[in-house]
Design a protein around this ligand. Sequence first.
Ligand SMILES: NC(=O)c1ccc[n+]([C@@H]2O[C@H](COP(=O)([O-])OP(=O)(O)OC[C@H]3O[C@@H](n4cnc5c(N)ncnc54)[C@H](O)[C@@H]3O)[C@@H](O)[C@H]2O)c1
Length: 243
Amino acid sequence: MLLKDKIALVTGGANGIGRAVCELFNHQGARVIVCDFDAAAGGQLADDLSARGTEAFFLHADLSRLDGVEGVAQQACKRFGRLDVLVNNAGICNTVSIDEMTMEQWDRTYGINIKALFLLSRAVVHLMSAQGNGKIINLGSMAGRNGGVSVGADYSSSKAAVINLTRTFAGYAAKYGVQVNSVVPGVIQTRMSQDFDLSRYNIPLGRMGTPEDVAGAILFLASEFSDYMTGSCVDVNGGFMMS
Ligand SMILES: NC(=O)c1ccc[n+]([C@@H]2O[C@H](COP(=O)([O-])OP(=O)(O)OC[C@H]3O[C@@H](n4cnc5c(N)ncnc54)[C@H](O)[C@@H]3O)[C@@H](O)[C@H]2O)c1
């Protein structure tokens, strides 16, 4: 078990990639805090994971409400007494064109994709610094590297900011023993990608990714096998974009 006795907080853990991360972490011995605003799916998942053996907990939060984000870190840490891993996975996406983009849409995307990630990471680094260790994994996107194929400019630029902020936080948090890395998925089969025009993707490995494909890379970054890595951005895209 790669995460035996570890405590992990996964935002957006109720569905899609976050859900696959919660299931894999639980299977690897971690106690998982599933954080999401989808109370039905998140609560059910936490119950199912607990029934399989390792205790899990659902933390209801709307991370677009920025004044509550630091409280999420406190509540998560209080639940099991410490926090070893944070996965900043919650995110929103759209396919609005540049011509039709409104600033309300732009601010909504930046609120959850980058501001909430910043606030939660800062609060969690402070908590982890008392332990002298911890791992933070951020969800970037291939759109943050190439400008995007099907997605709005707000989304692709917010994900470029996630990749950059990963490095900024990695430099800042290293002195506290906290590692910060990101996973950069290509096109992954979830609710988020259901409106993407798949004919525009020519993927060398011949298929879309699954949430489990991404969860495997996140598990590696959460485990001791990545102990000498920080500030890295790990591509999981079937070869669609090679950097
Ligand atoms: N699916 C893809 O093709 C793809 C590609 C690259 C990157 N990503 C990134 O991976 C991450 C997960 O995406 P996914 O495809 O699993 O999406 P998804 O829509 O299937 O799941 C997102 C989860 O985040 C939660 N969430 C959204 N807004 C929230 C908020 N304000 N507060 C709390 N929870 C909130 C949702 O309830 C949901 O459970 C995102 O950051 C996304 O940008 C996805």
